[in-house]
Design a protein around this ligand. Structure first.
Ligand code: PLP
Length: 395
């Protein structure tokens, strides 16, 4: 007999995966060039040359066990030291190798961090809509409760009044995600300052630290010269979940890390609990080869100009056609207001034109769709006729 809870999870369809599968099947019927698949956040920009160079060098110069063997559970100390040096140099982070735990990407970073923080089934973790839908799965897995803040559909920043109301003595953490999937919004220094002030005040009131879990897979995908901000500089009780899935176009290699800086409350205990959670869930020794690859690629990214060009092309194109879009400052998603209240119905109409866009209900933001632009720019150009036809249905 299977676990009912896990069976239900395994058999629940994902809207994004369904649309993606539909696109693949439809391509065989109408031709690949006539399907406009904006469903999934799978980077299309190739990994930078340093990735191939690093793999080749490692394969050519090392013994098998030094390439494919186990590392320590938290990751190779030399890799973690390299990450610490990088963060110290670039963000004045004042961290050491022992503040890092290597993971299989951001999903693992998040599940481990939540498991490490949650103490009881009464514990609450705050989410800010719109949010990456898997967060609710990860929170349930940690046996905590997700508390969702309604979206601020004017600015897609944090609604501080709502946040203040949502914090209770059971609040353990808040997950933030900037640059954001799905809105593309980036938090400013002012937003972090306000967030820090509120969390500091509320932590004192409830008598324990409220941690920020900063989910940062899009940290390096940022436009218009905006600065990359190091969240613990604003709020010390922060745990960073990073991943190279997007920045180095390596989502299938499953590599990232958790950073518990010493400034966080009970940092040593939390880090030890991270090691325990990793152990309990079997997330020990992240892929060895790719630990070494990311060490050799520190500071490098895929060509972000491609995403920037796509962003401008899609944003300007859809605005011209009369769509209301959130201006994206980071990540590779455009958040578009559905011309009818039911975004699922809108997405279904789009699907009939082979235009695959994701209704944002599962992101906690009904009435919007997510258009993923980590795609071939030629596909964006070809898609405008379909977007125009779609809008015509509402005029
Ligand atoms: N967090 C956000 C906001 C994401 O968009 C994703 C993936 O799309 C993840 C986490 C998971 O990333 P990874 O593939 O590194 O596990």
């Amino acid at each position: 007999m299977a676990s009912k809870e896990m069976y239900a999870l395994g058999s629940q369809p994902s809207v994004i995966r369904d649309l993606f599968a539909y696109g693949q099947a439809q391509a065989a019927v109408v031709g690949k060039e006539n399907v406009f698949d904006f469903s999934i956040g799978n980077p299309t920009v190739p990994a930078p040359a340093c990735v191939k160079d690093a793999i080749e060098e490692i394969l050519e110069t090392r013994e098998s066990a030094a390439i494919h063997g186990y590392t320590s559970a938290a990751g190779d100390p030399a890799v973690r030291q390299g990450l610490a040096d990088f963060m110290n140099k670039n963000y004045d982070a004042q961290v050491k190798a022992d503040n890092f735990y290597m993971t299989c990407g951001a999903a693992a970073s998040l599940t481990i961090s939540l498991k490490a923080l949650v103490e009881s089934t009464e514990d609450e973790v705050i989410l800010i809509a719109p949010f990456f839908p898997e967060y609710t799965v990860f929170i349930e897995n940690a046996k905590a409760k997700a508390v969702v803040l309604p979206p601020d559909t004017e600015h897609f920043q944090i609604s501080f009044d709502e946040l203040e109301k949502a914090i209770t003595p059971h609040t353990r953490a808040i997950i933030i995600n900037s640059p954001n999937n799905p809105s593309g919004v980036v938090y400013s220094a002012e937003t972090y300052e306000k967030l820090a002030a509120l969390l500091t005040k509320k932590s004192a009131e409830i008598g324990h630290a409220i941690y920020i879990i900063s989910d940062e897979p899009y940290r390096d995908i940022i436009y218009d010269g905006l600065p990359i901000l190091y969240v613990p500089k604003f709020y010390e009780d922060t745990i960073i979940c990073y991943s190279y899935s997007k920045s180095l176009s390596l989502p299938g290699e499953r590599i990232g890390y958790i950073l518990v800086p010493d400034c966080a409350a009970d940092a040593k205990e939390i880090y030890t609990a991270v090691c325990g959670a990793g152990r309990a869930m079997g997330f020990v020794c992240a892929p060895h080869l790719f630990q070494d690859v990311v060490l050799k690629c520190l500071g490098q990214t895929s060509d972000m100009n491609v995403y920037d060009e796509n962003r401008k092309l899609l944003y300007n194109g859809l605005k011209k056609l009369g769509y209301e879009c959130v201006y994206p400052s980071g990540a590779f998603y455009l958040f578009v207001k559905s011309p009818e209240a039911d975004a699922k119905a809108f997405s279904d109409k789009a699907k009939k034109l082979n235009l695959l866009i994701v209704p944002a209900d599962s992101f906690g933001c009904p009435g919007y769709v997510r258009v993923s632009y980590c795609v071939d720019p030629e596909m964006i150009k070809r898609s405008f006729a379909a977007f125009e036809k779609l809008m015509a249905e509402y005029k």
